[in-house]
Structures are given as C-alpha cells and as structure tokens.
Design a protein around this ligand. Sequence first.
Ligand code: HSE
Length: 401
Amino acid sequence: MKIAIMGYGTVGSGVYEVLVTNAAGIATRAGEAITVERILDLREFPDHPEAHKFTKNVDDIINDKEIGLVVETMGGTEPAFTFACRAMKSGKSYVTSNKELVAAKGPELMALAEENGVSFLFEASVGGGIPIIMPLKECLAGNEISEIMGILNGTTNYILTQMFSCGASFADALAEAQKKGYAEANPDADVLGYDTCRKIAILTSLACGKHVDFSRIPTEGITGIDEIDVAFAESLRSSVKLVGYSSVKDGKAYCRVAPMVIPHDHPLYSVEDVFNAILVTGNAIGDCMFYGRGAGKLPTASAVVSDVIAATTGKISIPPTWKRTDEDVFADVSSSASRRMIRVSSDAAEDVKALFTCISSATTPKAPNEIAFTIDAVSEADFAEKAAKLGDKLIKSIYLA
Ligand code: HSE
C-alpha cells in the first residue's frame, strides 16, 4: 500500500516515524508493506531522509494513481474537507486525526466513502492514542449507550493537575503548559472547551447514530476555575476536571462541556496530567473505561496507523456510522438533572439546606466568608429557580460527578 501524509507537523511526523520504526510488524499485520510515497506540507524539510517526497501541491497526491490512502493530520475544516472529497472521489481511503473535520463534516465524508468504496477512518480524532472510535462502533455495538463522560483534552487536564498538585494559579499553570509544548501559543481551543466540544459531539454521534451538531452543545472551559474552587474541592476530597458529558435516552442526547468536581472514589479522579479517559455506560456492559495518552506525537500516530492498517486489510465496515437527520437529536435541557458543588456566602447556609438536598459541606481558610455544599441532582430548570432565590449569595456552581 502506497500512502501520502498531508500535514507534517507533530502528528504527521509521528505517523512517518511509527511507519518506519515498526515497518516489519505493520507489514505482517496489514498483509503488505506500507510505504509513504508523498508528503504534503508548505514548509521545507531539506534534512529529512526522504526530502524528495515532499510536495506543496496536493495534485501530486490526488493525481498519483499508485497512492491508495491519504493520511491527513493538518487540522481545521478547510482545506481538509476539499482534500478529503477529492481524495475519496479518486478512489483513495482517507484516515484523519482531524476532529474539527469529523465533527463538522463526518456524515458527508462517510457517505462519500461508501459511494466510492473506500474507507474514511478517524480513530485519532478523539482521545489521541486511546482506542475509542472502533470500540464504540464495533466492540460495544451490542449495547445501547446511555452515558459518556470524558476527560478529552490533555492540555486542560495538565493545567488542572498543576493547579491541584502544585497550587499553581490558572495563569501560571497555562504558562507552564505552553513552556512544555502541551498548550498552543493561542490556547483558546483547549481552555475554552472547544476541542472537548468537538470530541464529545463525535462520541455522542457514534452512540446515537445521528449527527450531533457541536455548535449546539453548551460549552464552558476552565478559565473560570480559581484557587478557591480548588481549595473547596480539595477539602471535599475531590478534584476538578474538564468533562465532555452526554447522556442518551430514547435516541435523544443531552450534552455539555463543563468543569466537574470529581469525588475521590470516582473512576475519573486519578486521571492526571495529559492523560485522557472516557467512561462509557452501556446497557449490557455497564461501565467501561478507556484510559491513555490523549495527545502527543507517537500516541496519536499510534491511532492513525491502526486506521491505516485497518483500511489496508479492508476489514472495516463501509456503511456510514452516523447520519444527519431532520429530527432534533437534542433532549430538552431543562429537564436534565445534575449534582453540583455550590459556593455560597456563609450567611446562606440555612437557605441552601432549605432549598436543596445537601450531601456534604466544606470551608476553607482561603475564603473565610464562604461555605461550599455538594447538592443532590436537580433539574436545570429547578436549579435556575432556586439559584434565583439565593441571588447574590450564590457565588458559583460547578457540576458534580
Ligand atoms: N490540544 C489537544 C489536547 C490535542 O490537548 O488534548 C489532542 O486533540
């Protein structure tokens, strides 16, 4: 199988490295050798051992009839979408790590793959190296999936871990993440939750078989988490994680991206640094957790190369995994019930006890005029009504796992 790589950044160069380093085993498992024929990138790589394979012109790949598969690791919806359409119409399979592309154009690209008898695979688009797309599509296909809870962004998990383990402020933890190369110079996609939003949209689409429009998912990042939240969470033997959450019932999905207080006995509590984890609940399997490196060169390349091998062996299922439908896939948000940790001024303790079913409470020297409560599940509508009664006495509310 002759392949091309489009985008020779961190992940693209990792794909090349894995294909070269593990060439013999990959050839055995794929049933034939996999060789990189062309690499598309606008930059120059004069010192690369196969510098002659680089091109800046996508036509060199699309028009090369010997290339049977394209790996795309560029990111962004365009020009990736145009390139994907052209590649598949030319009879080439398309393997991508690009979550923006899959979240925005997944159904169209899966339909195009079916029409052209090629594969469109995207294992690396969620959870980096963690196998999650294929397990949801195949290994858990006998289940009705009722809930997905995922720590889906390595950068924010690293920042939150620093805030808890070293007492760092958000700004200092972000600066450290940037120094280590985990966070981009412009960290918005990660810290504002946009990256997690696309990933939970993809997983939820897989779970319910219908396209979940990421732009309709309520999304909150971690920029509002401060040292007092950390202090209260710690005194409740909990941590805070950015969680992509969805529950699916009767074909309707409730989705959100938001920070969540995670108690010490919850499976997601110990997921630290750049690690990701996805807790899936199915009606046959019960709870099932996937854990591993959710970002980075070789872990993400591991997932891309698994798709390259799957497409080469032709053992993957062609029918589209999810489709766009006219019916509204989103459940009525107001009826969805969640537990929370709320921070209130100390004089509101009795009001809170009268309004909510309290689970526990905590104080911290960092905020002597406040008290935090964990409260049992209330619907969004109910919470909004009770929060209005507390008025300014309610300082903050964070979802609780
Ligand atoms: N910025 C992403 C993260 C990269 O930190 O998880 C992997 O999608």
